[in-house]
Design a protein around this ligand. Structure first.
Ligand code: UD1
Length: 342
């Protein structure tokens, strides 16, 4: 059976997507250099699905090693997650981000075009929209000038895919994620970054468990319902399932070869930072230690998705809300902490 190549398959969204793909009967193989992930994720995937997935510890920038993977494996579709994703680090080290995210993807596309890969799914971000005047944002919302090198790599990588598959026997989906969070319902899999997380929900759970002293709420003077920023948090398993649905959509030839289709993946519900804290307090029954500090540079006041295109075309509808996200994120954090203490 031909396989799906998942790049970054040991990372947060990649690993959850492999679980969803395997549960829908797909065979997967991963390429992940473990820069911000750990091989033990493969055991967690096996324990949930009962299937072992092989990972090649290859960096996409190493084209010769990547070519070998395509020689070894019979691949017909690619889901591409592997990338650096820390906004602040990208400002400090732009060339690292450009080389890793852009050159890595060029190598991958060259291998894909040489090896008759029919379908390509790309992990993009709502960061491409910047702050829009109109909310919720649709796929028609104009792309804004990127705030960071990281954001620019997402814009460029989308464009590179569109340009390089034109007139080729390949179709693509460009998936613009809103704010992914939460863990697998079994609590055997969740976010396990090597670098300290900067995103709101893992920071909340780390403060809750005591591995960080407090949460700094970046700004309470935004023009939002409680003064803190609004984001659209999407449960990682809902997001994972959107990849399976996108693959089925590409396979059913709903997208002509040569075309790339964009989808927003969010819930359509905005949550403020203070509401997210409140949700954690409800789920845990505890009080979170937090303080209000200045705004974080580069933060936009509010964004949430219009996902009606994904609903209509992919038949995708997120099933979980902020409460489910917090419940699984918190459950996962507690288990991780127990394992670290052991
Ligand atoms: C960030 C990235 C975005 C990336 C996304 C991936 C920035 C500017 N943007 O989005 O490009 O695609 O992650 O998930 O980094 N917050 C606090 N205290 C904290 C952490 C966050 O108050 O310690 C607030 C932020 O101000 C923001 C909200 O929580 O309003 C969400 O922040 P975060 O999880 O970092 O995501 P984004 O900034 O939306």
């Amino acid at each position: 059976m031909a396989k799906i190549l998942v790049t970054g398959g040991c990372g947060y969204i990649g690993s959850h997507t492999i679980v969803d793909l395997v549960e829908h009967g797909y065979e997967c193989v991963s390429v992940d250099n473990y820069l911000n992930s750990d091989p033990s994720v493969l055991e967690q995937i096996a324990s949930i699905t009962g299937k072992k997935v092989k990972n090649y510890p290859v960096d996409l920038v190493n084209k010769e090693a990547l070519k070998e993977v395509f020689k070894q494996e019979d691949i017909y579709a690619i889901i591409h997650f592997a990338a650096l994703k820390a906004v602040g680090e990208s400002v400090e080290k732009p060339l690292l981000y450009y080389r890793n995210n852009i050159e890595g993807q060029i190598n991958l596309l060259e291998c894909a075009l040489q090896n008759n890969i029919y379908h390509f799914i790309f992990s993009s971000s709502c960061t491409v929209y910047g702050q829009s005047d109109h909310l919720p944002v649709t796929e028609e919302t104009p792309i804004a000038k990127a705030e960071s090198p990281y954001g620019y790599t997402k814009q460029v990588c989308e464009r590179i895919i569109e340009d390089s598959i034109r007139n080729k026997e390949m179709n693509a989906c460009l998936l613009r994620y809103f704010n992914p969070a939460g863990a697998h319902d079994s609590l055997q899999l969740g976010e396990s970054p090597i670098n300290p997380p900067m995103n709101l929900i893992p920071v909340i759970t780390e403060v809750g468990i005591g591995s960080r002293p407090e949460l700094k709420v970046f700004g309470s003077d935004y023009e939002t319902r409680d003064g803190s920023c609004v984001r659209d948090y999407i449960h990682v398993m809902d997001l994972a399932n959107a990849h399976t649905k996108s693959l089925q959509y590409l396979e059913s030839k709903n997208v002509d070869f040569g075309d790339a289709e964009v989808f927003n993946l969010g819930t359509g519900e905005g949550t403020t930072v203070l509401e997210a804290i409140n949700s954690w307090e409800e789920v845990s029954g505890e009080k979170l230690n937090y303080s209000i500090v200045d705004r974080r540079e580069g933060d936009i006041p509010a964004i949430f998705a219009d996902y009606s295109k994904a609903k209509e075309s992919l038949g995708w509808d997120p099933k979980r809300g902020i409460g489910d996200i917090m419940k699984t994120a918190w459950g996962w954090e507690k288990i991780r902490r127990e394992n670290i203490v052991k």
